[in-house]
Design a protein around this ligand. Structure first.
Ligand SMILES: Cc1ncc(COP(=O)(O)O)c(C=O)c1O
Length: 380
């Protein structure tokens, strides 16, 4: 059975490895295996002496314990290690949903957080809880979530910090979402891939896993911890019966995680907070550079500063960001991404500011705009 095109991943497949100045990646700056092992105080010989057999399907006890340590009240028995973070979205759609169910999703969103659910329950049964722009940034309205609920709603899907807007709810708003899920006996699937990337001046919120037995949390090492090449993700699953269901589905997808990744992920999670701080330092510095850039180009862009995460959704006052993307990549080697791929419109672009090369790439974009100042078509 066919599934919708995964636009974001097709976009990166086309441009990521041939465009030198990237401005739209959602991951944070990565590191070598050597640097990771040094940071975690693990010997390289221990790594190379690992054998390459199958691993435990739920994940090794040590890795699950290290993951559980990143939460306030999570037991290793509630952790399911994934072979890739995105696998967690597939498993959730399969383990929890039937074709008659309704699902509420955020929009815009990372494609899989909409498309996978549409695939399983049907497009007409996926209801969109839309972000609204304001002068201050982006917002969600709780009354709109309530309006989307029906007796058929089986799951609410959220993603905070949000890709692409960088929105994070206030603690009060987070509690209201949880209350709605619990009162209506609805699962709350919480994608927390950007967990802990809270910008200076923004309130911190706990993981949904620490707050509600209706929450199923997805997280992983790709974004906050800068290790996307390990492909390590995990789910925090609130009860045993559901865990059984998930593991059964995992037998059909990956069976177990790759051993070398498990070893390195176990090392990384020993120093998870150090890795998170490293990413935050990079983000905070890049955000200041972004502030200056958007201040210089007020007629070209509307800059809604993100509250958290490593991405932002920026209004670009052109007719088509997609058309500019093609020109910019060819003429200057700079990569921007139309937010159309994320279910927004072609007058918005996603930028990512987790990478060390951000300042250089933005400088190239700035020079290209200086040479082509008349590209803007409209301003509202
Ligand atoms: C919100 C969100 N969830 C899940 C994923 C999947 O992560 P990975 O690519 O590491 O599998 C991404 C990747 O961009 C994401 O942005």
């Amino acid at each position: 059975m066919k599934i919708a095109r995964f636009e974001t991943e097709h976009f990166f497949a086309r441009y990521e490895f041939n465009t030198p100045y990237q401005l739209c990646n959602s991951d944070c700056e990565t590191m070598s295996i050597e640097t990771l092992l040094e940071l975690a105080n693990v010997s390289i010989t221990d790594f190379t002496q690992q054998t390459l057999g199958y691993t435990e399907s739920q994940g090794s006890p040590e890795l699950r314990q290290n993951i559980a340590n990143t939460y306030q009240s999570c037991s290793p028995k509630n952790v399911l290690v994934l072979a890739t973070p995105v696998e967690g979205i597939y498993l959730t759609a399969r383990a929890l949903l039937n074709p008659v169910d309704e699902v509420i999703v955020l929009s815009p969103a990372y494609d899989a957080l909409i498309n996978m659910f549409e695939h399983v329950v049907g497009i007409e049964n996926v209801k969109k809880w839309n972000f609204h722009s304001s002068d201050d940034g982006w917002e969600l309205r709780i009354e709109e979530l309530t309006q989307l609920l029906s007796a058929k709603t089986k799951m609410i899907v959220v993603n905070f910090p949000h890709n692409p807007t960088g929105y994070v709810p206030s603690p009060q708003m987070q509690q209201k979402i949880i209350a709605i899920a619990e009162q209506n006996n609805v699962w709350l699937f919480s994608d927390e891939m950007y967990f802990g990337l809270t910008h200076e001046g923004t309130h911190k919120i706990p993981s949904m896993a620490d707050l509600s037995p209706k929450a199923i949390v997805l997280s992983g090492l790709s974004k906050t911890y800068g290790l996307p090449g390990l492909r390590t993700g995990w789910l925090v699953v609130p009860n045993e019966q559901l865990m059984e269901e998930y593991i059964n589905w995992k037998f059909y997808t990956s069976i177990c995680s790759p051993g070398p990744s498990e070893f390195l992920a176990t090392a990384a999670l020993k120093v998870w907070d150090k890795l998170r701080q490293r990413s935050l330092t990079q983000i905070n510095s890049n955000l200041q550079i972004a502030d200056q850039f958007f201040h210089r180009w007020p007629d070209h862009f509307t800059w809604r500063r993100p509250l958290a995460g490593s991405t932002a959704l920026v209004q670009f006052h052109v007719n088509s960001v997609n058309q500019i993307t093609e020109r910019l990549a060819t003429e200057a080697g700079v990569l921007i991404q139309s937010a159309v791929t994320l279910g927004s419109d072609d007058q918005h672009m996603r930028i990512g500011f987790g990478r060390a090369t951000f300042a250089t790439s933005l400088g190239k974009f700035d020079s290209w705009l200086t040479d082509n100042p008349m590209i803007i078509d409209k301003k509202d």
